[in-house]
Design a binder for this molecule. Structure first.
Ligand code: LRH
Length: 471
C-alpha cells in the first residue's frame, strides 16, 4: 500500500496484493507448517518497485513468528507457522519451572500455545546455532537495510518482554533456556531502522530511502487507526484472520481477574497498552470456504453471507476460542462435532453453518468486551470494528446486537493506515499524538454506524458450554 498524508488528507492506494499462507512440508516429525518468507520478501521487493516515488517504508505483519539468523546473519531454516503443532504440550512443560502466574506478572501476556517463548523452546537444539531472533517485520526490515533490531509493539507479543520495565525479560528467557543473545536491541515506532542496502537502493533507484519503524505488530498499527473520539469509552475489535477484542489503557492490568480471563497487555504505539483477548476470528470462516473449495464445491463469500443473513438467528453457537479451531482443517466438521457435544443440532445448510460461525463470533466479541469492561472497571459505550471484518455487514450488525451498544465500523485497512500515519509523523507530518491521527481518520475515512437491536444473546451464551447436556 502507498499512503498520502497531509493536512485534512489521508489516502491509501493498493499497489500489490499477494496471498500468504502456510506451506506444509514432510520431515522426520511427520510434517511442519512453514511460512514462505522468501516468497513474501520477493513480493515486498516487487511492491516497492511498483510503488514509485515514496518518502519512507514501514512494515507491519502478524505477531509472534520469527526467523533465526546465524553468526553471519544468514537465515537458519524456514520460519515456522504459529499454527504448527510443534508447540503442542510445550507451555505445560515450560510452566513446570516458570508458573503461568509468574509469566503473566512479568510479561502481562495471555496464554496462547504459540507465544514466541514456547516456539523458541520447541526449537530445542537448533537454538545453539542461532545468534539472533528477528520477528517477521524486523526480518524483512533487516533484509532491506542490513540493520537488526526488535520493534517494541511486536516484541511485546513474544512473552519474553517485561511490560512494566519496558525491556526484554532476560531473566525469564534464561530460566526457559533461551539464550538472551537472541534478543536484539529494542526500537520504538517512529525510530529510523536504516536506509536500503546499496544493491537494493541501486536496483530500485531509491538511494536514501529510509525504512521507518512503525507499530510493526499489525494489531498495534490497526489500533492507531481506531477512529475513537478522545472523550468516549470505546472498545475495539481488530477483525481479520484473528479478532483482537479489548480496550486501550495507559498502564498494564496485571491483576488476578485479567489473568483468569486470559487477557493480554500488549504494548501499543506511544506507550499505550492494548488490553485485549485473541478471538479466533474470521479464520474459521475462511477455512470453511477453503474446505469447500478443496472438495470441489467452492462457495462465494458474498453469497454464503447473504444466505447466513436469512438463516435463523442463534440456532446453534460454538465457542470459537476452543483449541480445535486453531489448526488448519475441516471447519464444517469441527463445528458440527462441537454442536453435537453441546447438545445442539448441527447446521444443515451452508447458510446455517455460516450463520452459526458469525453468531458465534459476535457472541465471542460480547464476552470479551464485557470481560474487558468488568476487569478494568471501565464502561464501554461504543465498539469500533476495524479491519476486514468492518466490511462484513452481518457481523457488524450482530456485534452491535450482542454487545448492546452501537458499533462504528471502519476503516477496513486500519493496519495500513496506522502504519502510514506513524511513518508520516516520523518524517515530519504535524500529527503530534494518537488523538490527532484518529481525528484525521474520522475526517477522511468512511465509517458506518450500527445501532443495537437486542436478541437472546445471554441464553445463547449458556449453550456454549453445553451445560445441562446429558451425554
Ligand atoms: C493478527 C495477529 C494477532 C496475533 C496473531 C498471531 O494478525 O498479529 O494480533 O496474536 O496475529
Amino acid at each position: 500500500m502507498t499512503g498520502t498524508v497531509g493536512p485534512g488528507r489521508l489516502e491509501l492506494a493498493e499497489v500489490r496484493r499477494f496471498p500468504n499462507g502456510g506451506v506444509r512440508v514432510a520431515d522426520a516429525t511427520g510434517s511442519t507448517l512453514h511460512w514462505d518468507v522468501l516468497g513474501l520478501y520477493r513480493e515486498v521487493l516487487a511492491g516497492l518497485g511498483d510503488a514509485g516515488a515514496v518518502a519512507g517504508i514501514g512494515i507491519d505483519s502478524w505477531a509472534v513468528d520469527y526467523g533465526l539468523l546465524d553468526a553471519d546473519g544468514r537465515l537458519l531454516g524456514n520460519p515456522v507457522h504459529y499454527r504448527d503443532s510443534r508447540t503442542d504440550g510445550v507451555a505445560g512443560r515450560v510452566q513446570r519451572g516458570l508458573p503461568a502466574r509468574e509469566l503473566f506478572a512479568v510479561t502481562g501476556l495471555q496464554e496462547l500455545p504459540f507465544n514466541t517463548l514456547y516456539q523458541l523452546v520447541a526449537e530445542g537444539e537448533r537454538l545453539a546455532a542461532a545468534e539472533t531472533m528477528l520477528l517477521i517485520p524486523d526480518l524483512l526490515g533487516y533484509w532491506l537495510t542490513g540493520r537488526v533490531g526488535a520493534e517494541r509493539t511486536n516484541a511485546s507479543t513474544t512473552q519474553l518482554y517485561d511490560v512494566r520495565a519496558r525491556t526484554w525479560a532476560h531473566d525469564l528467557a534464561e530460566r526457559a533456556g533461551i539464550p538472551t543473545r537472541l534478543l536484539p536491541a529494542l526500537r520504538d515506532p517512529g525510530d529510523r531502522v536504516g536506509t536500503l542496502v546499496p544493491d537494493l537502493a541501486r536496483e530500485l533507484g531509491k538511494p536514501e530511502l529510509p525504512v521507518v519503524a512503525v507499530g510493526s505488530h499489525d494489531t498495534a498499527s490497526a489500533v492507531v487507526a481506531v477512529p475513537a473520539e478522545p472523550s468516549t469509552n470505546f472498545a475495539y475489535v481488530s477483525s481479520g484472520t484473528w479478532s483482537l477484542v479489548g480496550l486501550e489503557l495507559d498502564e498494564p492490568e496485571l491483576g488476578e481477574a485479567a489473568l483468569a480471563a486470559n487477557f493480554t497487555n500488549e504494548t501499543g504505539v506511544d506507550g499505550k497498552i492494548r488490553f485485549l483477548r485473541n478471538v479466533m476470528g474470521l479464520w474459521v470462516l475462511t477455512e470453511t470456504l477453503r474446505t469447500w473449495a478443496v472438495r470441489g464445491e467452492p462457495a462465494d463469500l458474498a453469497t454464503v453471507l447473504a444466505e447466513a443473513a436469512d438463516a435463523p438467528a442463534l440456532a446453534a453457537v460454538v465457542d470459537l476460542d476452543a483449541p480445535e479451531f486453531l489448526p488448519p482443517g475441516d471447519m464444517p466438521a469441527r463445528v458440527a462435532a462441537v454442536c453435537r457435544k453441546t447438545g445442539q443440532r448441527p447446521p444443515e445448510s451452508r447458510g446455517a453453518l455460516v450463520r452459526c460461525i458469525v453468531d458465534s463470533l459476535a457472541l465471542a466479541y460480547r464476552r470479551a468486551v464485557r470481560q474487558a469492561s468488568e476487569v478494568t472497571g471501565r464502561p464501554v459505550d461504543v465498539v469500533h470494528v476495524v479491519g476486514g471484518g468492518a466490511r462484513n455487514e452481518l457481523l457488524c450488525r450482530l456485534t452491535a446486537d450482542a454487545c448492546g451498544v452501537p458499533v462504528l465500523a471502519g476503516p477496513v485497512e486500519a493496519a495500513a493506515l496506522g502504519n502510514v500515519l506513524v511513518q508520516a509523523r516520523a518524517l515530519g507530518a504535524d500529527l503530534p499524538d494518537l488523538a490527532a491521527m484518529r481525528r484525521l481518520i474520522r475526517e477522511t475515512q468512511p465509517l458506518r454506524r450500527y445501532e443495537p437491536r437486542g436478541g437472546n444473546w445471554a441464553a445463547a451464551e449458556e449453550r456454549l458450554s453445553g451445560a445441562g447436556v446429558v451425554a
